[in-house]
Design a protein around this ligand. Sequence first.
Ligand SMILES: NC(=O)C1=CN([C@@H]2O[C@H](COP(=O)(O)OP(=O)(O)OC[C@H]3O[C@@H](n4cnc5c(N)ncnc54)[C@H](O)[C@@H]3O)[C@@H](O)[C@H]2O)C=CC1
Ligand SMILES: O=C(O)CCC(=O)C(=O)O
Length: 528
Amino acid sequence: MTKVLVSDPIDQAGIDILAQVAQVDQRVGLSEDDLKAMIGDYDALMIRSGTQVTADVIKAGGRLRIIGRAGVGVDNVDVPTATQQGVLVVNSPEGNTIAAAEQALALMLSLSRHVPQAHASTMAGGWDRKKYVGNELYKKVLGVVGLGKIGSHVARVCNAMGMEVIAYDPFISADRAQQMQVRLSSLENLFEQADYITLHLPRTPDTENLVNEELLGKMKSTARLVNCARGGIIDESALADALKAGVIGGAALDVYAQEPLATDSPLRSVQERLILTPHLGASTTEAQENVAVDVAEQIRDVLLGLPARSAVNIPGLSAEIMERLKPHLQLAETLGLLVSQLSGGQLQELEVRLQGEFAQHPSQPLVIAALKGVLTSALGDRINYVNASLEAKGRGIRVLEVKDETSKDFAGGSLQLTTRGDQGGHSVTGAVFANGDLRITTIDEFPVNVSPSRHMLLTRHRDMPGIIGQLGSVLGEHNVNIASMQVGRRIVRGDAVMVLSIDDPIPPSLLVTIHAINGIKEAHPVTL
Ligand SMILES: NC(=O)C1=CN([C@@H]2O[C@H](COP(=O)(O)OP(=O)(O)OC[C@H]3O[C@@H](n4cnc5c(N)ncnc54)[C@H](O)[C@@H]3O)[C@@H](O)[C@H]2O)C=CC1
Ligand SMILES: O=C(O)CCC(=O)C(=O)O
């Protein structure tokens, strides 16, 4: 029975999708130890930001195939360990973009018009119209740090509100910024010039405490800072001090270095000019339904053996590419399986050569598929698209990618895999024919035209009378049925290869007999 554990509150629409293919257990509020004890029974885990999916949790998930994060940030998942263990991590990169952007806008407006403070004062019986005089956003300078999905939506809305928008994002081109009517700036400049600063970047080792005492000191004394991105990007003690000393005009935070916010956090001692919300950026009905459906659909698809559209730990392998390149990926994996079984021994290098039209496809997914095939013989089910590159690297296998657009061997091009290792090397080529059929087109230097089949026997032998007959007899005597047979050779009575598709695997004792046939130089049973 396929089982999914849901360990954070998830919209019912997502649960209904998961229930189409699995037993769904909802257990909110588990400790790390509880999770470790339970995870071994589950094929998938669905979370929001509340669950910490640590390395130990992932390692305890013996049959865990996918972790779905109903949201953007995967900083509560140990992604490197998931990758190493071959566990796919998916998220919902766009489901809560608008919600988070609107939370930042709500906080900016709340800061400029003192909405929470005025509300509290009025509820307490007051009627203070002087104390809560605010400022307009119109014609003010907004500094956006991180001009990605959320940052650019904030920029668009604020442009429409008549603000001048500047941005700092080292990964965005000036052209792209210009299209959004945003002027790029240095981080220091932005902090000096802006009346409002809003953060929309990820928390990484580079961005931790990025907004520190020094940067806060550059802000105008009237300027206001909003963080709806991630806690830990702002040094919270330095911010508390800056607010108390009037170094900056105000701040509004939705996210914190430690969540829930510690009772003794220095932020709690700031009396004025600070608005705090408990990580509500994604908490709209619409966003929660979007992310739940988006991630549940991906979990369902992966459990059914289909690709996920927003995989975090398979770079370059989107669902769209998986679908478009399906036969090509199958070919790469099949050739990988084939060449690794021909090669044996310790592999040191794999060359992936994309020839003719093949060279126009993105190479990274094809390389990953080839590596998956190559490593399957050694690692079986443990290897998948998630961990293939990492496992290859860990084994010291050098991967070379070659694109040769000039090759004209087949209309759709061809793919060649060549191994080099302690037992020499082998090379196989294949193509995808118009109807999606896969063909093996060369084995080492010999041309062949073979459809891959589950069990095969490949020999390298001297091209001389009697060998084919003898091999056929030996297989017959051992009750191994031959489905098809083909010989490839370059010169008469030189070396040749024989490719047999057989209905049954070759037992080891039979292989010894085959090797003993005069003229047979190599014999490789292959399972694809
Ligand atoms: N408060 C909440 O509930 C929510 C928070 N988030 C958080 O919001 C943040 C932004 O999310 P998206 O816009 O969807 O991500 P995104 O990936 O579309 O954009 C992030 C941008 O930050 C930029 N960036 C990276 N390093 C930077 C640096 N050192 N300095 C400046 N810019 C840098 C990137 O180039 C990118 O353009 C993420 O941290 C995400 O986890 C997202 C959704 C809800
Ligand atoms: O699940 C949540 O409410 C948090 C959303 C969030 O921070 C994210 O998607 O990165």
